[in-house]
Design a protein around this ligand. Structure first.
Ligand code: ADP
Ligand code: MG
Length: 466
């Protein structure tokens, strides 16, 4: 009888055996049996397990004979023999299977770890692009950098809170995220990073009144989220102004963390003293630790930032003069600096042109757009537009049109010329708080007041600022 036939018989017999031999015996002892011959009414099976042979012969020999009888319709002799070679093969096979299983377990564990890490990172709201290693340090940000590094190395409320202050696009979020990243990686501490707007939204939805629902559970969840951490990082804290209810919650959150020596990091585009709408007790909290300022980066720093940025985006051979060209014109905001490079690289990709200086000039036209008007021109144009004199604006008159024109000058000088409140105040002969208040007022009303929007747009157009 040929091997295939023998195997077939054995497969059929196994089906019968499976019905009568319990799985804990069937799997380890019957399954590995190898049929090798069927001659003269003797069917021979090999086993690689000496103990298995003994066990089957003693306990299931009759079952085996019966199963063959069912299959063949007659009684035959069945021999089960121990085979050394088969034993070795089985051993090897077992090892292989075990190795494979181990590999799969490891793979699964790794996969799980990756998922956990990813969800973990996401749950903390961290953006892993922001690292200390890719932050370019110079005199204008070195204190902020050093303080952030110190906090990340030792987040034990040494400076609590650490308050990072500076204009838009100067790296506040970058440093704050880098602290979060480092703390999480090195110490495995519980990190929570949140934008102020998200904190507010989270608070409102956790505390909001919904009929038939108690707010106790969501509020507990909310508090647990922000208080049960080792380090809480809140971005753009200036947005908390005017959010009365939320201010109380923020105060209590900071208080709880502060009292249990947990690290707090805040960022803002203004100093605590320049947020008059925030109650004194909270402002005092903000001022209690260390306030560090980031100023716009120097020329060499801007070039270095662009160089790193282009490499990060996969552009290797950009001529140095292209970086210098962009850096020369984008001085006050690193986000805009990077934005200019992104625009250039997109044009270069789409048009298939190399990023030469010529091409950069052609695409970015920095010479034209950089001719920003000074505050004097802003003042003159705005006065003309509203039909008042420049002296009116610099003066103290409170007639509606004059106040409006004055506020618009503050807004444009701050938002479009990136001047500090102090400098605008000096020029207009006003306190810097007044400048800030006026500028904020215009910004807040622009979306809802159509006339104001049109007025400001026209003035900006005249000034070549849009
Ligand atoms: P902010 O929060 O102060 O408005 P961001 O931290 O969002 O500014 O920074 C804007 C962009 O500029 C980010 O892409 C950031 O990585 C980059 N950036 C700012 N400062 C630096 C720096 N010193 N070195 C490297 N990149 C910087
Ligand atoms: Mg930011």
């Amino acid at each position: 009888m040929n091997t295939a036939e023998i195997k077939k018989i054995w497969e059929d017999v196994k089906v019968e055996l499976k019905k009568v031999i319990p799985a804990p015996t069937f799997e380890p002892w019957v399954m590995p049996l190898e049929p090798i011959s069927f001659e003269d009414d003797q069917f021979t099976l090999l086993s690689g397990e000496a103990f298995g042979v003994e066990f089957l012969k003693r306990n299931h020999y009759k079952n085996i004979l019966d199963a063959f009888k069912i299959r063949l319709g007659r009684e035959i002799i069945v021999d089960i023999k121990f085979d050394k070679d088969l034993s070795e093969t089985i051993k090897k096979q077992k090892q292989k299977v075990e190795k494979q299983r181990q590999k799969e377990i490891e793979k699964e564990a790794e996969h799980k770890k990756a998922i956990i890490n990813q969800t973990y990172v996401e749950s903390m709201n961290l953006n892993l692009r922001y690292k200390f290693e890719n932050f370019v340090v110079d005199d204008n940000n070195k204190i902020a950098y050093a303080a952030s590094k110190k906090v990340a190395e030792n987040p034990t409320a040494l400076y609590n809170p650490l308050y990072i202050f500076g204009g838009s696009g100067l790296g506040k979020t970058h440093l704050m995220q880098a602290i979060g990243r480092e703390t999480m990686m090195k110490d495995g501490l519980k990190v929570r990073c949140v934008k102020t707007e998200d904190f507010v939204i989270d608070y409102v939805s956790s505390s909001g009144f919904v009929p038939n629902r108690s707010t106790a559970v969501p509020m507990n969840k909310f508090r647990n989220k922000y208080r049960n951490v080792d380090i809480l990082l809140i971005d753009d804290i200036q947005f908390i102004e005017n959010k009365k209810k939320c201010i109380d919650e923020l105060f209590n959150t900071l208080d709880t963390l502060y009292n249990s020596n947990k690290q707090i990091v805040l960022t803002s585009d203004r100093l605590p003293k320049d947020m008059p709408e925030i109650p004194k007790r909270l402002r005092t909290r903000f001022e209690q630790g260390l306030i560090v300022e980031i100023l716009p980066p120097k020329f060499e720093t801007r070039v270095k930032i662009l160089e790193n940025f282009s490499k990060e985006k996969g552009y290797q051979n950009v001529p140095y003069e292209v970086f210098e060209y962009i850096a020369k014109y984008y001085k006050d905001n690193v986000r805009e600096l990077e934005g200019a490079f992104t625009k250039l690289s997109a044009y270069s990709d789409i048009q298939g042109e190399p990023m030469t200086l010529e091409f950069a000039k052609q695409v970015l036209k920095c010479e034209l757009t950089s001719e920003k008007p000074d505050i004097n021109t802003v003042l003159k144009t705005t006065a003309q537009y509203y039909g008042v004199s420049m002296d009116d604006i610099i003066g103290t008159g409170r007639i509606k049109t004059i106040s409006r024109a004055r506020a618009v000058v503050c807004y444009i000088a701050r938002e479009k010329l990136a001047m500090s409140y102090e400098n605008i105040g000096k020029y207009l002969n006003k306190r810097h708080q007044t400048v800030m208040y006026s500028s904020d007022n215009i910004r807040n009303q622009l979306n809802s007041d159509k006339t104001l929007f049109n007025d400001v747009s026209l003035i900006l157009k005249t000034l070549n600022l849009i």
